[in-house]
Design a binder for this molecule. Structure first.
Ligand code: 3DU
Length: 227
């Protein structure tokens, strides 16, 4: 079970209804869900709470890509934790002192997982992030984050991240489907979870699409790991 579905409601829909409908259709197949600003900006914290309340999945991730001082990131995190999320995503580049050190402590107190973005999945990410990749991974170690975001679209970067971090950090990989990576590519490069949005959310039959992703992940892992 390595599938996390990204719930990004499109324009012109009721965001809460759209997410709840999709979660219900997926019938417990995903290991987790990821919600972010497309839902939160549209529907507010009450909307977020309503959506999280129908997720019977292990992971409910708030992808806020926080990048601020520790005090402000902590305020925001406390608010989404009250709405029931079990993990929050922040950017690693803000560093430890005065920022992620404090956020990490607050996440521990709240009992939620901290996930840091260390490389993004779109092509333009490489220009800056490649230069500071090691530093970003060092921040992950320093604050003892639960997991990191690494790109399914760049398996070499993902592999390098896994090698540098070792086995004790979770790797979550977006970029499967609409952004070009095939299901299973990131798992074979060392990821623990693949994040899939539009490939499933925009499919005529989302449950069928999710089951197809899981099947391809399993086939791919069997082929690359021999298990
Ligand atoms: O391309 P998709 O529709 O599968 O959606 C990918 C999701 O993952 C989306 O919610 C986006 O905000 C998130 N994400 C990235 O695409 C790339 C990153 O580097 C980090 C998060």
């Amino acid at each position: 079970m390595t599938l996390i579905v990204a719930l990004d409601p499109p324009e012109g829909v009721d965001g809460v209804k759209w997410c709840v409908n999709l979660i219900n259709k997926l019938n417990g197949v995903p290991k987790g869900y990821k919600v972010g600003l497309p839902l939160l900006v549209k529907e507010g914290v009450k909307g977020l709470k309503n959506v999280v309340s129908v997720m019977s999945a292990e992971l409910a991730i708030a992808d806020l890509k926080l990048a601020d001082i520790g005090y402000v990131m902590s305020l925001i995190t406390k608010t989404v934790a009250d709405a029931g999320v079990s993990a929050v995503i922040a950017h690693a580049f803000v560093g430890t002192e005065g920022a992620l050190g404090e956020l990490s402590r607050v996440c521990s107190e709240l009992g939620i997982k901290l996930i840091l973005v260390t490389f993004m999945s779109h092509p333009g990410a490489a220009r800056v992030m490649k230069k500071v990749f090691r530093d970003l991974l060092d921040v992950v170690k320093e604050v003892n984050a639960w997991g990191v975001v690494l790109p399914a679209t760049m398996p070499d970067i993902l592999k390098a991240g896994r090698e540098y971090l070792g086995p004790s950090f979770k790797i979550l990989a977006p970029g499967v489907g609409a952004q070009g990576a095939a299901p299973g590519d990131a798992l074979c490069a060392g990821a623990d979870y693949e994040i899939v949005g539009r490939l499933i959310a925009r499919a005529e039959n989302p449950l069928e699409a999710a089951l197809e992703v899981v099947k391809k992940q399993e086939e791919s892992v069997r082929a690359c790991r021999g298990s």
